[in-house]
Design a protein around this ligand. Structure first.
Ligand SMILES: [Zn+2]
Length: 229
């Protein structure tokens, strides 16, 4: 699909302090898209994102990609702590956990795919650097949530997804495996990091417990991660 982006400027940005390496996907987590967009453009709120994708698939650009939008907040990925400087932020309109965790409509996901492919292509963002907000802030954030179709995005070359038949990587302890993937295991409790991992890679059960299936999934994802280096 062709990409149609409507400009809808937000005052909430400043200068980047480094190059773009990462794409961070969010849900808005508010009752309506209109309320979310209003907040993302409110100087008093002090938050923003580069893009907002509405439920009908229309896309707004709030901040130029050359600028540092304020979507990530505290947290890190692969040791990078200034995630706003290092990333492009995309907000996807969805009520999230506070509003019943609605499914993402097909038209919206098609638009997210087209937008992400465009961003990834222009900035040469690696699959290991396409993440959810919950991946970089497992103790604070749960978005884009366990209904977000990461597997479908991966079919379109967006982000990492393990092959079910992948040979298992050498059994490593979960802490070093999660660290190698990019999670902050040194600053955050392990159960919170495991829950973030599950939310993304084993979304049917998000409980932060290291069960057998989660252990297998860790190994498969680590294998996929090493394939992409
Ligand atoms: Zn978020």
């Amino acid at each position: 699909m062709s990409l149609v982006v409507t400009h809808h400027p937000s005052p909430n940005f400043n200068a980047r302090k480094g190059p773009v390496t990462t794409l961070v996907l969010h849900y808005t987590g508010m009752k309506t898209g209109e309320a979310a967009i209003e907040r993302l453009c409110d100087a008093a709120a002090g938050v923003s994102a580069h893009y907002v994708v509405n439920e009908d698939g229309t896309i707004l650009q709030l901040v130029a990609e050359t600028q540092r939008a304020w979507h990530a907040g505290a947290g890190q990925w692969r040791g990078e702590a200034d995630m706003n400087s290092a990333s492009i932020g995309v907000e996807i309109v969805n009520g999230g956990h506070d509003f019943g965790l609605p499914a993402y409509p097909h038209a919206q996901i098609d638009a997210v795919i087209a937008l992400c492919q465009d961003i990834i292509g222009r900035h040469a963002i690696a699959p290991t650097h396409v993440i959810g907000h919950s991946d970089m802030a497992p103790d604070r954030k749960a978005d884009p949530g366990e209904h977000f179709p990461w597997a479908k995005l991966a079919e379109e070359d967006i982000g990492l997804w393990p092959r079910e038949d992948a040979p298992l990587a050498d059994a490593a302890d979960p802490v070093s495996t999660l660290r190698e993937m990019g999670y902050d295991v040194d600053g955050i409790e392990l159960d919170a990091v495991l829950a973030a991992f599950q939310r993304r890679f084993r979304p049917t059960q998000v409980d932060g417990r290291l069960d057998t299936q989660t252990q297998t999934r860790l190994s498969q994802v680590l294998h996929a991660c090493r394939d992409h280096r």
